[in-house]
Design a protein around this ligand. Structure first.
Ligand code: ZN
Length: 451
């Protein structure tokens, strides 16, 4: 049994792995790098050596897992792609949006290889998608290789995948959260008889402060938000369109109903976020989550702002702008609105999740009030006069939660993926203390590892 990391570097970046077991080649995820553009944003499919794969498994619909699916399918036309119903509905929206973004980038970056794929390709490909429910066992390629999905608690539809082949049980976590979020319930993963664990390590470099919990962070955010709105501040909350926006809507709704958020306020969400929220509402009762009956698109009065209107949108007091992207990537709504918020001493900027330190949001968070920050390479830096606060409402497990899972599983081999080098290094150091028999493997991109 062999495992190859098809990404281009050892970092959080994108996800794409090849599992070869029982004579069957299975591709796990096919993400697009969030910071790279053009062909270098894709996994290195040349490592497939033109031999394709028999089947593919998609763990969830975030861009860094699904973004290059159409390119992967060029390597294996007609191969089945297994995913949950929610992942299928959400991937469709995300991939079509990605074509639109890449088409715009073609002009802006003068990049002739963009878009990397077309709307037509996405439409045609979705007929190869096979919907699989949690706990259903599926056959991959007919050589006794099977797979089963387990709820990963990360975003709607997300799963970890248990493979059985050659008498071994191999579990791939995908992105996971073991704790309840506002909307998602914590992961329900298998723990018995797992020989090989392939695990994400996103938060390996982020220690959890003593006493900090999801609940305490939610309370701190709501208290800060209430004070900002009472002071009449406009509030920028950069959030991912998929996952974080819906979590935030559920949190604001609950706080309004429960009385911890008082008085009226304006609320803006982005066009893609509104679309994703609509799909989420359509899946009510069909994928595991809390607040199962709540229609998020209708739970609060909100306005939708698109790419065409954001440049001229008048910033209003007592208004929350919960717009993407979470990392304030150039050309996104949050990046375009940011100067009008940052330069306003009455405004407030609040971060609720992870930002890559090399992203505009990462640079902003590393700076100080009164200092300058470069948001867009084509523009002058912006001086930040607004207040800024950070909250940890991550959709990923804490590193302590992941380590505790390794301790319960006691795998023979642990393959560490989807983390920057310091994050991976923390697990490599800590795992032997809780699971001394486990061999820790850090797969070098492009080099096959024997499992
Ligand atoms: Zn994810």
């Amino acid at each position: 049994m062999k495992f190859t990391n098809l990404t281009r570097a050892e970092e959080i970046g994108a996800n794409c792995y090849l599992l070869e077991a029982g004579g069957v080649r299975v591709l796990l995820d096919a993400g697009m790098h969030p910071r790279a553009a053009g062909a270098l944003a894709s996994p290195d499919f040349s490592l497939l050596e033109g031999r394709g794969f028999a089947a593919m498994v998609l763990t969830h619909a975030h861009q860094d897992h699904v973004g290059c699916l159409p390119l992967a399918m060029r390597e294996a036309p007609g191969a089945p792609v297994f995913m949950t119903e929610a992942t299928a509905g959400l991937s469709d929206v995300m991939l079509h949006n990605s074509v639109n973004v890449m088409t715009r980038q073609r002009e802006e970056l003068a990049a002739r290889d963009l878009p990397l794929f077309t709307h037509r390709e996405v439409e045609k490909m979705s007929s190869d998608w096979e919907i699989i429910g949690l706990g259903e066992r599926l056959d991959l390629g007919g050589h006794g290789v099977t797979a089963e999905f387990f709820d990963a608690g990360h975003i709607l539809g997300s799963v970890g995948v248990l493979f059985e082949a050659e008498g071994k049980r191999v579990f791939y976590t995908g992105d996971v959260n073991f704790e309840d979020q506002t909307l998602m319930r914590g992961a329900k993963f298998p723990e018995k008889n797992i020989e090989v664990l392939i695990m994400e390590t996103t938060r390996g470099d982020s220690p959890t402060p003593e006493g900090m919990t999801r609940r305490s962070e939610e309370d701190r955010l709501l208290t800060t938000l209430q004070a900002a709105l009472e002071a009449g501040s406009p509030v920028l909350l950069p959030v991912f369109a998929l996952g974080k926006t819906q979590e935030l809507l559920a949190l604001l709704y609950g706080a309004k109903k429960g009385g911890s958020l008082r008085g009226g306020f304006g609320l803006f969400v982005g066009g893609l976020s509104a679309k994703v929220t609509g799909v989420t509402d359509g899946l009510r009762g069909r994928a595991p989550r809390q607040h199962g009956d709540l229609k998020l698109a209708e739970c609060l009065p909100m306005e939708v702002v698109g790419g065409r209107d954001i440049a001229n949108l008048e910033v209003r007091p007592r208004t929350i702008y919960a717009i993407s992207s979470g990392m304030m990537t150039e050309n996104t709504l949050s990046n375009i609105l940011a100067p009008r918020i940052l330069e306003n001493p009455r405004a407030h900027c609040m971060f609720v999740g992870y930002s890559d330190p090399r992203s505009p949001a990462g640079r902003l968070r590393a700076g100080r009030q009164g200092g300058e920050v470069l948001l867009d390479r084509r523009e002058q830096p912006v001086r930040r006069r607004c207040k800024l606060d950070e909250f940890t409402l991550s959709a990923h497990s804490t590193r302590e939660g992941l380590l505790a899972y390794v301790q319960r599983v006691q795998p023979k081999k642990l393959v560490l993926v989807h983390g920057d080098p310091p994050a991976v290094a923390w697990f490599a150091r800590e795992v032997p203390k809780v699971s001394p028999q486990t061999e820790v493997v850090i797969p070098v991109p492009g080099v096959a590892v024997e499992l």
